[in-house]
Design a binder for this molecule. Structure first.
Ligand code: FVH
Length: 351
């Protein structure tokens, strides 16, 4: 097992692999972050090349895709924040006994190995050493970035799994931690058990972008909730109500409202928003009070205004008599201009 990237999440992941008895090699751009892990038995590689060479499965968890490209020397690398593979060093036998020095030297001797060892961001050594391994990229990114990286990794002769971590570092290794995975089915089958050291692992299919799509969608729901909470606390805070006193009411209200989500999901899937206990027009009218009260209380309405705008777009689009779930389609810019051929036309969305 190799873990590249020893930020808060990378350290938690490496710790979980160690806890589950997997020999673990670690590497980080800035040296000195592997101390606690090496005390627990991890091997700290001197170079990224050595780290990749050490294991058949390489978990990558860095800040973003610019960092991923810097580490791997993949196309688009900035090359500004380090010199991955700049040493050209090759690793010793991997912790799982996969790569021998001879194997790696063979790869490096292969004519046509792309890139120039020693050039930051275009490390031929890294790309050569990737062949035959599985890269599990748990770095947050977009579906497009995941699909592009999957293509590039496949061109290097390696398998690719993309992952979205639905957990914060202290949760890693507990059943409450969910790691969404998509990409190579063979790689997932081969490594599911190892990866489950991080918590619950869920495979979403062959499309490398799918895990990221779910990850981003779930984070969007989370930030929407945080936004509402922040606004609520600022409102009561404007009259000196302690947040800790008010928050139990927020939690209980949100829990009550959450129970309505499955019905909204069904309305969306069936494109039937007619069952409305609280119709959209009424909500659009009432929403004006949220904006006015925010102004009166000296609280910025910047988090609320987009919802107000959407509600009024819904009324303008003659959706006022139905459920608020009808607004979801108005967010779909990919549907703009698509003919509305009927209230139950699933194809309008599914194209
Ligand atoms: N922490 C969390 O709560 C969330 C939970 C959900 C998943 N995210 C994603 O996980 C990725 C890593 O997050 P992190 O928490 O480990 O982040 P940091 O503690 O800030 O560590 C960042 C690591 O990335 C390395 N790094 C940054 N830029 C580069 C680069 N150009 N080349 C190589 N490595 C780079 C950094 O290295 P260093 O600064 O120590 O040298 C850290 O190892 C992230 O995608 C989250 O969205 C976490």
């Amino acid at each position: 097992m190799t873990v590249i990237g020893l930020g808060a999440m990378g350290r938690a992941l490496a710790g979980a692999f160690l806890d589950n008895g997997h020999p673990t090699t670690v590497w980080n751009r800035t040296a000195g972050k592997g101390g606690e892990l090496t005390e627990r038995g991890a091997t700290e590689a001197a170079t990224v090349t050595e780290a990749i060479a050490a294991s058949r499965i390489v978990v990558l968890c860095v800040l973003d895709y610019d960092a991923v490209r810097d580490v791997l020397g993949a196309p688009g690398a900035q090359g500004a924040s380090g010199a991955p593979g700049a040493d050209g060093a090759v690793g010793a036998d991997g912790a799982d006994g996969v790569a021998s020095v001879a194997d790696i030297l063979d790869i490096l001797d292969t004519p046509g190995t792309p890139g120039t060892p020693g050039t930051p961001g275009t490390s031929g050594t890294v790309t050569g050493v990737l062949a035959g391994r599985t890269l599990v990229n748990l770095t947050n990114g977009t579906p497009r970035q995941a699909r592009e990286l999957a293509r590039w990794v496949s061109e290097q002769g390696a398998d690719y799994l993309d992952g979205g971590i639905m957990a914060v570092p202290p949760m890693i290794g507990t059943p409450g931690s969910l790691v969404l995975c998509s990409g190579s089915p063979e790689a997932f089958t081969a490594h599911e058990r190892t990866l489950s050291a991080t918590g619950t692992v869920s495979y979403l299919g062959e499309d490398a972008g799918r895990a990221s799509l779910y990850d981003i969608a779930l984070l969007s729901a989370m930030y929407g909730m945080f936004g509402g909470f922040f606004h609520a606390i600022a409102m009561v805070g404007s009259e000196k109500v302690p947040a800790t006193e008010f928050t139990p009411l927020v939690v209980s209200w949100l829990n009550a409202m959450i129970t309505g989500l499955p019905a909204m999901a069904k309305a969306y899937d069936t494109d039937d928003h007619s069952a409305a206990a609280s119709n959209l027009r009424m909500q659009a009218d009432a929403f004006v009070n949220l904006l006015d009260a925010s102004g009166d209380q000296g609280v910025s309405a910047e988090l609320l205004e987009p919802m107000g705008t959407l509600l009024h777009r819904g009324v303008a689009a003659n959706l006022g008599g139905g459920d608020i779930s009808a607004l979801i389609d108005l967010l779909r810019t990919d549907l703009a201009g698509a003919p509305d051929t009927g209230s139950n036309d699933m194809n309008r969305r599914r194209k």
